[in-house]
Design a protein around this ligand. Structure first.
Ligand SMILES: C[S@@+](CC[C@H](N)C(=O)[O-])C[C@H]1O[C@@H](n2cnc3c(N)ncnc32)[C@H](O)[C@@H]1O
Length: 271
């Protein structure tokens, strides 16, 4: 199953799929070092989502939930613990294997699927909630196509929740003596590797970055909102948050600039 999907991705090679193949290899290389919350911690009710995310997501009991770029599945497992019917997709088979092992240990039924979120199988559809978080959206090479695809997979009245690193944080670096410098391009989304190691997946800071090509994308707030609206969704809220920990060394100034954002959008019940 794992080999068949990787082969399928490779056979349809184009610029976009070559990005997907590179990113899949990159994330596979990180898999041995990324296990997420322990089964014990999940069992005892680890706080995997923050209060703002819970307020956006609402009561998931009995709802069909799709998590995109789920990695080892801690959020997907949490939704399932609360009674949701969860499908969770990711590109990296080893991350999904970790998620499946946790689901089995917890006695939960989460449908973990190896899929490119830009090219989901047609039967991955009919969801009441689509959720993506913390370093997931930056792997979508085309924000407009991504939003269209999500809108198509939502039921009427269904909700999209994006909880992400703020694109301004993505392009700012705290240099020596607490000075901010611009290390990325807010308006020009594609980037190979990371100028600022703080923007790379957290585990790479202790590991050193695996010497493998990978390409991610900074999606400005304007591009995300425009893409979501163009896809026919109604934006319900857009919140921006400061997180002092995400600008280490900046001092009080870290409380004055955004580090994360949370966007909630709804698919209208009437066309
Ligand atoms: C930072 S992690 C996931 C974030 C998740 N919220 C978490 O905290 O674990 C990013 C994930 O995106 C996945 N990914 C990258 N490109 C993808 C794609 N095109 N389709 C699906 N998943 C993708 C990677 O395999 C990786 O597991």
């Amino acid at each position: 199953m794992r080999r068949r999907r990787v082969g399928r991705i490779v056979s349809a090679m184009s610029e976009q799929t070559s990005v997907v193949v590179d990113n899949q290899r990159y994330w596979e290389a990180l898999a041995p070092y990324r296990s997420g919350e322990s089964v014990e911690s999940l069992r005892s009710g680890a706080r995997v989502l923050n209060e703002h995310e819970w307020a956006a997501v609402g009561d998931v009991r009995g709802r069909r939930v799709l998590q995109l770029a789920c990695s080892v599945g801690d959020e997907a497992l949490t939704f399932a613990q609360l009674g949701a019917h969860v499908t969770a997709v990711d590109l990296a088979p080893s991350h999904l294997a970790t998620g499946r092992a946790k689901a089995e240990a917890l006695g939960l039924a989460v449908d973990f699927q190896e899929q490119d979120m830009m090219n989901l199988d047609p039967d991955v559809t009919g969801f009441d909630l689509v959720f993506i978080s913390w370093g997931g959206l930056c792997w979508a090479p085309d924000i407009d196509a991504w939003a269209r695809l999500v809108a198509q997979r939502l039921n009427p009245g269904g909700v999209l929740v994006i909880s992400e690193h703020h694109p301004l944080w993505e392009v700012l670096t705290v240099a020596d003596q607490g000075q901010l410098s611009v290390s990325g391009d807010y308006f020009n989304s594609g980037r190979d590797g990371y100028v600022d190691p703080l923007k790379a997946p957290e585990i790479t800071r202790s590991l050193g970055v695996p010497d493998l090509p990978h390409r991610s994308f900074v999606w400005s707030i304007g591009s995300v909102v425009s893409a979501v609206l163009a896809a026919g969704l109604t934006v319900r809220s857009l919140q921006e948050f400061a997180e002092a920990d995400m600008y280490p060394g900046l001092g009080d100034g870290a409380g004055c600039i955004p580090a994360t954002y949370l966007l909630t959008a709804v698919r209208r019940t009437q066309p």
